[in-house]
Design a protein around this ligand. Structure first.
Ligand code: AMP
Ligand code: TRP
Length: 379
């Protein structure tokens, strides 16, 4: 309750993701109308843990694709440095990085249109993270809700978990990104990024743009768990029936929808407050059928919930088919995926090294050309 109050009071300016009605924000300008930063640069990331579910697809990957397809300058990272804030099995981690890359590509991200890279291949993130960490206070980090929530379940809290938002700020600022599309749960981290950028600019002179948060703020922005529609669909839910993985087989999808928790009214209409379960099914249906909610409700008149669940399951199965085919094809071409990541890392390094040079010059780590000969002669 308390967190909720803070949340709405401090909510930052949010920028719309696209003109598509299904991805529109209630209170914001459509794409390209946002003003202060030209040209725009979009940066986002996803951790390579667990398999991608429909919630990730709708809340993260689909918005990225929309930005990519509108010709925006988009940089995406597989945030593997973030993922080791909690223990990972090394064998699984490298496979998960390949799988996450294949999933993103199979969902329509085109590595010729965006920069897609693996975070740990680009050393500037860790370097800038240290510098930003030196301007950030312990008090500021310890108040972040994601840290409080995650650390509360651990006996020994790793320093990495505490510093994670500073690394995220470094990811964004290393590219001088102007816009950051993230899920609702991440906006405090972008707010921290804004504060760190302002602090750096104030202390050392203007270097970073202040990045905007982009959040899909509508019924699709949080797909709910199929087992408990009051919770979000999540990778970390111990019950796999709570989520539809992009790689689920048709019979698994049918079973999961059949078991989806709804209510005792056997009619299909949209009311997220009073009927979160059925409304979640309608949201999913709307995404995969490209129809709006009114149209779906009109077409589903006369169906009972069981029949409707089966219809949604069929629509999801159809929708995921080409994604799954592409995913399996890509994953069998490991060298191709590695080439994409390598190429992405080269391009990411080029941009972020330029920023780092500017940062170092401002801080006083660099020497004027007169003194450089002295320094190099000592190496
Ligand atoms: P996570 O699975 O928490 O690592 O999140 C990866 C990305 O997917 C983030 O941008 C989240 O905000 C987004 N996301 C995760 N779960 C959902 C959900 N149920 N609905 C919409 N977006 C989600
Ligand atoms: N922290 C984000 C998550 O857990 C992933 C992420 C890492 C990210 N670096 C980022 C997102 C930079 C946006 C910008 O979902």
């Amino acid at each position: 309750m308390f967190a909720r109050t803070i949340f709405s009071r401090n909510r930052p300016k949010i920028v719309s993701l696209s003109n598509d009605a299904r991805f529109k924000l209630s209170n914001s300008a459509p794409i390209n109308e946002d003003c202060d930063h030209k040209p725009r640069r979009i940066f986002s990331g996803i951790q390579p843990t667990g398999s991608v579910h429909l919630g990730n697809y709708v809340g993260a990957i689909l918005p990225w694709k929309k930005l990519q397809d509108s010709g925006e300058d988009v940089i995406l990272e597989i945030a593997d440095l973030h993922s080791i804030t909690l223990p990972q099995d090394p064998k699984n981690l490298s496979q998960s990085i390949l799988e996450m890359t294949a999933s993103i590509l199979a969902c329509g991200i085109n590595a010729e249109k965006v920069i897609l890279f693996q975070q740990s291949s680009v050393f500037t993130h860790a370097e800038l993270s240290w510098i930003l960490g030196c301007t950030c206070t312990i008090a500021r980090l310890s108040h972040l809700p994601a840290f409080k929530e995650k650390s509360s379940t651990l006996k020994d809290v790793p320093v990495g978990l505490f510093l994670y938002p500073v690394l995220q700020a470094a990811d964004i600022l290393a590219y001088k990104a102007t816009h950051v599309p993230v899920g609702e749960d991440q906006w405090q981290h972008i707010q921290l990024t804004q504060d760190l950028a302002k602090m750096f600019n104030k202390r050392y002179g203007k270097c970073f743009p202040i990045p905007h948060t982009m959040i899909t703020d509508n019924v699709y922005s949080r797909l709910k768990s199929l087992r408990d529609p009051n919770k979000k669909m999540s990778k970390s839910d111990p019950d796999p029936r709570s989520r539809i993985s992009l790689l689920d087989k048709p019979d698994e999808i049918q079973k999961k929808f059949k078991k989806a928790v709804t209510d005792f009214t056997s009619e299909v209409y949209f009311d997220p407050e009073r009927r979160p379960g059925v409304s979640n099914l309608i949201s999913i249906h709307s995404i995969v059928s490209n129809k709006d909610i009114m149209e779906i409700c009109r077409e589903s008149k006369g169906l009972n919930t069981a029949q409707y669940k089966s219809l949604v399951a069929d629509a999801v199965i159809e929708y995921l088919k080409p994604i799954q085919t592409d995913y399996h094809r890509l994953l069998s071409e490991e060298a191709y995926i590695l080439e994409i990541l390598q190429n992405g890392a080269d391009r990411a390094k080029e941009i972020s090294c330029r920023t780092m040079q500017e940062v170092k010059d401002k801080i006083g780590f660099s020497y004027s050309s007169k003194n450089t000969s002295f320094v190099t002669s000592r190496i």
